[in-house]
Write a protein that binds this ligand. Sequence first.
Ligand SMILES: *Cc1c(COP(=O)(O)O)cnc(C)c1O
Length: 422
Amino acid sequence: MQDELIQRDQRVNWHPYTQMKHDVSIPIVRGEGSYLFDANGKRYIDAVSSWWVTLHGHAHPSITQRVSEQLATLEQVIFAGFTHPTAIELSERLLALLPDNQTKVFYTDNGSTAIEVALKMCVQYHYQNQQSKTKILAFKNGYHGDTFGAMSVSGRGLWTAPFGELLFDVIFIDVPTQANLAQTKAFIATHAHEIACFVYEPLVQGAGGMLMHKAADLSELMEFCKHQGILLIQDEIFVGFGRTGKLFAVDHLTETPDIMCFSKGLTGGTMPLGITTATQAIYDAFYADDKTKALFHGHSFTANPLACAAALASLDLLLNAETTHNIQRIVAQHQGFVALLKHHPKIKEVRFQGTIFALEWKTDENTSYFSDMNQALYPFFLERGILMRPLGNIIYLVPPYCISETDLGFVYKTILEALDQI
Ligand SMILES: *Cc1c(COP(=O)(O)O)cnc(C)c1O
C-alpha cells in the first residue's frame, strides 16, 4: 500500500519546499500523540511538531470532540456582516492572555496572511494619519512567510532570488547584541521619518536557522523604535503558545508591541488559522464615518468556526497543569542535553530557548539551508523512526508538549549516534 500511495502521490501532487525530482513523500495514514504512522505501520516520533504546529500531539481527543461538535452546529459563515460565538469567545480568551494594550483581533487563515494584514494595518494607519511612512524595518535572516509582502520583509536568499525585482524595499538590520545596539540605533534614527513599522521574530528566528538573541537586547531595540514613532509588529507565529518556555515571547520582554501575529500552534496544529491583534490606537485610525477608511482585507474562510473551535480546545489544553509541567520538563531536558554537547568537537554551536533546541553542525562549507549535511541527516533520523527536518547543517527539535521523557531521551541518543557516525 505504501508504494502504491507514493506512486499515486507523485502522479498528482506537487509538494512545498520539495525538489520533486529527488524527494519522496512518505504517506502517513494515522497520528496519535507524538507519533505518526506510515502506510506500512512504521512509527515516527514527530520531533518537529509537523512544521512546528502540533502542540498537544496528533488527533487529540478533546480537540477532536470540540471540532466535531462545531462541525455539526455551524461549519462556516461569512465573517463580513456576520459573526459567531466561537470567534467571539476565542478573541476574548486570547486577548486576556496578551499584553493589555492588545484590544482587537483580526482573523485570517495562515501565518503569511497574518503578516500581510499587520503590514497593511501599519501602512494604512500612517496613510490615514496623513503621514508618508511606507518603509518597513526588519531583521536580516528573518522569515515571515511566502506571500509577496511576507517574502519582502523576510531575509533575502536563494528562496527569494527569482522574485527579487518584485519585492518591495525593506531596511534590514542585524539582530541586537550589546556590541551592535548603539550603531543599529544610530542607523535607524537616520531612516525613522520614513519607517512605518518594524517586523521581527522575537527571541528565535525559526526558518532562518533557529537563531537566538537576548530578550533584554530586543526590549532595548523595541523601546528605541517606539520613541522614533515606529510601530512594532511582533511575529509570534512560531514562538507563541509556550514554545519559548513562557506562554508568549512577549512575556520575556519589558516592552509591548503594537501588533502581534499568530498561527501555527494557535489551533494546536489542527486547523489553519491566522490572527493579527492590534492596539486601540491602530484600530481607532480606521474607525470613522468615512467608509473608505475601513481595512479592506479579508479571506473567504476568515474566522472559520471549526478552526476557532480547535483553537479554544487547544487553549484549554495549553493552560492546564499537565501541559505547564510538560513544557518545564522539556526545557529541563534540553538544558541537560545542551550542557552535555557544549564541547563536542563536531558541533559549531548548540543553543536552546524554552522547548526549542538547535545544534549547528561544523561543516567545511558555510552554514546554509542547502548544505549537503541535510541529505545525510534527514534519512538517518527517519530510518530510526524520528521525524526531524534539519535546516541544512542545523538540527533542531520543536517537539509536541506531550512527548514523553523516554522518547525525547531516545531522540537525544539518536543525535549522539549521528554525531558519532556521520
Ligand atoms: C511559519 C511562519 C510564518 C508563515 O506562516 P505560514 O502559515 O506558513 O504562512 C510566518 N512567520 C514565522 C515566524 C513563521 O515561522
